[in-house]
Design a protein around this ligand. Structure first.
Ligand code: G3H
Ligand code: 13P
Ligand code: ZN
Length: 312
């Protein structure tokens, strides 16, 4: 089937108490690992591309890799989504270039400015059959070249969401409830806890409306330990507990963003490979197990965290 929008996916996910995995793609092995997992488990999928990914791999290469996955996985509904679109021009370029979904992230701007920019993207996107994710509230962490400190981050204010959604016409809303980008989400020694009270109040005010969680990697400790064992240096890397993500997926969260866990799976595997096979220099020797590590990690997420296996 051709690329789809997330409209139907989110409706079914909302009603079924599960979430769609939105995985960031940057190269062929990542695309293959993710889509092979979804194909084997009959899970719908969102493949997302950041501004940094477009700068790294080039828009055309990424589009063609995703088109190849669509051909190889004909039964999997796949959305091609722009992650953290920084401005109207980037969103327009992706809409014109074949994406079926875009995020406009004006969450760092004042409320009215965020509404104005989001509204403009929504008008253009909807005229072209493309759906739009917007964001209210600010996550801590690093996305592209923007580094938001924990002090500058702010939870979404539930009292703003109805006005924001009705004035912008956006199709889904990313909110800040304590997740953050990257592999260091919580201070070591503290208990990670998402603000479900904020999520529940947002959902009460927006019944049936799909909510998105960014910064939702769990930072599996097996990967961190392997990275540190084989020459890496990531002390204190901590993610969002899987059971809290599963709970969010049972509520109104229909899209869960995962990038760091892909990076960790791949890096841990490649570090281990080189430590154990110091003579290898053919990229296929270490990218093949790295691709498998991504597939295994994504399979685990689809079943145990997102609950979206066998939902096609
Ligand atoms: O939100 C951030 C994503 O992990 C994308 O990261 O901008 O380094 O591609 P990136
Ligand atoms: P992680 O860094 O937790 O994987 O978050 C990714 C993300 O939110 C992409 O938009
Ligand atoms: Zn994000």
């Amino acid at each position: 089937m051709p690329l789809v929008t997330s409209t139907e996916m989110f409706k079914k996910a909302y009603e079924g108490g599960y979430a769609i995995g939105a995985f960031n793609v940057n190269n062929m092995e990542i695309v293959q690992g993710i889509t092979e997992a979804a194909r084997d488990l009959d899970a719908p999928l969102i493949l997302q591309v950041s501004k940094g990914a477009r700068a790294y791999a080039n828009h055309t290469y990424l589009i063609k890799l995703v088109e190849a996955a669509v051909i190889e996985c004909p039964n999997v509904p796949i959305v091609l989504h722009l992650d953290h679109g920084p401005d109207f021009e980037t969103c327009k370029s992706c809409i014109d270039g074949g994406f079926t979904s875009v995020m406009i992230d004006a969450s760092g701007k004042p409320f009215d400015e965020n509404i104005e920019i989001t509204r403009k993207v929504v008008e253009y996107a909807h005229d072209h059959g493309v759906v739009v994710e917007a964001e209210l509230g600010t996550l801590a962490g690093i996305e592209d070249e923007v580094n938001v400190s924990a002090e500058e981050s702010s939870y979404t204010r539930p009292e703003e969401v109805e006005e924001f959604v009705s004035r912008t016409g956006c199709d889904s809303l990313a909110i800040a409830i304590g997740t953050s980008h990257g592999a260091f989400k919580f201070k070591p020694g503290t208990k990670p806890q998402l603000r479900f009270d904020v999520l529940e109040e947002v959902s009460r005010r927006l019944p049936g409306f799909p909510i998105v969680l960014h910064g939702s990697s769990s930072v599996p400790q097996e990967f961190v330990e392997k990275i540190n064992k084989f020459g890496g240096n990531m002390p204190g890397a901590i993610g969002v507990p899987e059971d809290q993500l599963r709970h969010a997926a049972e509520l109104s969260v229909c899209k869960i963003n995962i990038d760091s866990d892909l990076r960790l799976a791949m890096t841990a595997c490649i570090r281990e490979h080189f430590a154990q096979n110091p003579g290898d220099f053919d990229p296929r020797q270490y990218l093949k197990p790295a691709r498998q590590a991504i597939k295994d990690m994504v399979s685990h997420k689809l079943i145990h965290v997102l609950g979206c296996d066998h939902k096609i």
